[in-house]
Design a protein around this ligand. Structure first.
Ligand SMILES: Cc1ncc(COP(=O)(O)O)c(C=O)c1O
Length: 418
């Protein structure tokens, strides 16, 4: 027997060898100041491309006003208790009604957090007789929901509809034996690659197979579709999505989430989703502030139009300069290079320290070992000048990477000030 803590590889992790560097540099960095394109990092201003504040609502004056007034009026405690027991309010019900109207579903349930909500919804929907079929690039909350499942689960390679059909055939055989049903889970917009889930391809299979579709549209809500109602609207299949989910942590620039669907299934979920039944309901300022955000999202289409202008300029600028940005169909803009973890760290540090640009970098094990992925998140608050500045910096970075400059082990060598 071993001591539990001794067994844990505390020093493990691809970037642990850089842990001698200033605290909170690569991991847990502190971006300070008002949320927006220019923020403070490590004592200096940076051009920031790492927040999912897609519509720039985080600091919209009307949003700030609504948040402040609701907090002054109600504080953060109200209402106390879980929705089911003592934590309900007319505002919660009204927000649910407005969200349901907006995403064109019969009913909506608010959730405290997206992550917990998704895990718990999946848990509530299936028992050991049922089969889950899900996209291989799914977010951790989907994976964790699937991990709770006691029955069979099949994964299909990302957006591979042919393979999905094979998995549905296997799932159908099992469900026929057990007397269970089938749940298919995908994302509307995938947060790493920026690809949309092939919702059209998936719902077409409903003609041949009997399954229910759950779509996590965390990155599509507010950014995709004519009205901003998400990837289902964008692909013209919103009515075929049985459960539509989004968090408020991205376009809505807040905390919380919702799930939308038919009155019947929502009634079941209200009495079954454990992350809601056994947790305090959303505080009123988040609910009232949420309604203000939804109002702006609905009534100010220029926010989404601006986001699209910025991300299109960024993506076409990157492509014109020979960068590989994968197959994104959304604002999420991956910039993909070949290189190791050390090079990724050096590049990221160079970008921050010498070009004044803060952008998240994704490395192994999230992407394969020899891949470096910078993940640019354009927002409506950015300008075309910000895009230009970033394109110039990335061109310089690429030239240095190609010349082998970043192959040095010592990060300090790349920086001026550290
Ligand atoms: C696809 C997806 N689903 C769910 C979540 C979780 O949302 P929340 O931050 O509200 O827990 C996220 C956020 O990172 C996400 O990207």
């Amino acid at each position: 027997m071993v001591d539990l803590f001794d067994k844990l590889k505390m020093e493990a992790g691809s970037l642990a060898k850089y842990s001698h560097l200033p605290d909170d540099y690569f991991f847990f960095p502190k971006l300070e100041g008002e949320i927006g394109p220019r923020m403070m990092f490590n004592g200096r201003q940076v051009l920031n491309w790492s927040l999912n504040n897609y519509l720039g609502l985080a600091n919209h004056p009307e949003v700030r006003k609504a948040d402040t007034e609701a907090t002054a009026k109600y504080g953060l405690a109200s209402p106390m208790g879980a929705r089911m027991m003592s934590g309900n309010s007319v505002h919660h019900l009204e927000f649910e009604r407005q969200l349901a109207d907006f995403v064109k579903k019969e009913d909506v349930m608010l959730l405290n957090y997206g992550y917990q909500g998704v895990v718990s919804i999946i848990d509530a929907l299936v028992d050991r007789k049922d089969v889950i079929v899900y996209d291989g690039e799914s977010h951790a909350c989907i994976i964790d929901g699937v991990r709770l499942h006691m029955g069979k689960r099949f994964v299909y390679p990302h957006n591979n509809i042919e393979n999905l059909e094979k998995q549905l055939q296997r799932a159908t055989r099992i469900a026929n034996e057990t007397g269970g049903g089938i749940l298919v889970i995908t994302e509307g917009v995938f947060g790493m690659s920026g690809n949309m889930g092939d919702l059209k391809g998936i719902v077409a299979l409903k003609q041949k197979y009997n399954f229910r579709l759950f779509v996590d549209d965390a990155h599509g809500f507010g950014t995709m579709g004519k009205t901003g109602a998400g990837a289902g609207e964008e692909q013209g299949v919103q009515d075929q999505i049985d459960l539509y989910f989004s968090t408020f942590a991205k376009s809505m620039a807040s905390i919380g989430a919702f799930v939308a669907g038919s009155t019947k299934i929502l009634k079941y979920l209200r009495y079954s989703v454990r992350s809601q039944i056994f947790a305090k309901s959303l505080p009123l300022p988040l609910v009232i502030g949420g309604m203000k955000r939804l109002e702006l999202l609905r009534t100010q289409p220029e926010l989404k139009a601006n986001l699209w202008k910025i991300f299109r300029a960024m993506q076409s600028g990157l492509k014109e300069r020979g960068f590989y940005i994968g197959t994104t169909q959304s604002p999420v803009t991956p910039v993909i290079f070949n290189g190791g973890v050390g090079e990724a760290a050096n590049m990221s540090m160079d970008l921050r320290e010498n070009y004044g640009i803060f952008c998240s970098v994704v490395i192994y094990p999230v992407v394969p070992k020899d891949i470096i992925m910078f993940r640019i998140i354009p927002t409506a608050a950015h300008s075309l000048e910000d895009v230009e500045e970033t394109l110039t910096a990335f061109s310089a970075l690429k030239a240095k990477l190609d010349s082998g400059f970043y192959r040095k082990e010592e990060l300090v060598s790349v920086t001026k000030g550290m």
